[in-house]
Design a protein around this ligand. Structure first.
Ligand SMILES: [Zn+2]
Length: 267
């Protein structure tokens, strides 16, 4: 699942390539948009909202896409070979005279009136990388369900928009609490929220979601993806478990020594 910083960078690259230019090519390969033709219309802006991408098209339309687990947008020069996956995974092609944007494996691709963008992103909490960022409101939402495990509350885009599974595990580590700690028992939640903002800002212009400050391979994360390997701080084996309501479990990593709070029993 792409994190908000990945979506931010994708939207910025799309904006750099398309905004202000007129579409000369439009091919939307989902049934409900198969006959939609946006050629001749200018792309006004491409904006990230949490993990959603909104491409505003002249004439009051917004093309909404979401990358979900493994969607991506790639940019090419006209005539350049596309390399984002096999042709049957292409969901959208938007071209100008100079650039071609190709959307692969987009599970969400729809056209909504620009005036009604709230129908697709209005449910989101404060956007960590958005112009409306509001840390006080983010804290309020994060602890609004006092008994909810922190890991679940951090992933809920209605609380904070932009965090995915990597930052969930890393934030819990950096604040010294397990992902099963009840939200209302997290010490200084305002510091947790401020840290989330700092991490996404630090990573938004580069790939990798680096939380350790160390860009070396295998050193970029404290616990995420490190099951049974030594914690980078204390050397204890990092643990891994599934967390979340049935059917929505997400893999979660933590250090049993550096992080305090409830955790599932060792199996
Ligand atoms: Zn540790």
């Amino acid at each position: 699942m792409p994190e908000g910083d990945t979506v931010w960078l994708t939207a910025r690259r799309l904006s750099d390539a398309l905004a202000g230019h007129t579409l000369t090519r439009c091919d939307l390969r989902v049934p409900q948009l198969a006959t939609t033709d946006l050629t001749g219309r200018r792309v006004e802006a491409v904006l990230p909202r949490g993990k959603h991408i909104l491409a505003r098209i002249e004439g009051g339309a917004t093309l909404h896409s979401h990358l979900m687990m493994d969607g991506s947008w790639h940019l090419y020069a006209p005539g350049e070979r596309w390399r984002g996956g096999p042709p049957h995974q292409v969901r959208a092609v938007l071209g100008t005279v100079e650039r071609v944007a190709v959307g692969y494996r987009l599970p969400v691709l729809e056209l909504v009136p620009t005036a009604e963008e709230d129908s697709v992103v209005g449910h989101l909490g404060p956007d960590l990388l958005g112009p409306d960022w509001d840390p006080v409101e983010a804290v309020r939402r994060l602890i609004a369900e006092p008994g909810r495990p922190l890991g679940e509350a951090l992933l809920d885009q209605r609380n904070l928009a932009g965090l995915g599974n990597v930052y969930k595990s890393e934030l819990c580590f950096l604040r010294g609490v397990t992902p099963w700690t009840p939200a209302a028992e997290v010490p200084a939640p305002e510091r947790l929220v401020a840290l989330a903002k700092r991490l996404l800002e630090a990573n938004k212009a580069r790939p990798g979601h680096i939380t350790t400050g160390d860009t070396r391979r295998g050193r970029t994360h404290w616990v995420y993806g490190r099951a049974d390997r030594p914690c980078l701080r204390c050397g204890t084996g990092v643990r891994v478990a599934q967390q979340g309501p049935a059917g929505q479990e997400r893999v979660t990593y933590w250090c049993p020594r550096c992080q305090r709070g409830p955790a599932p029993p060792t199996v």
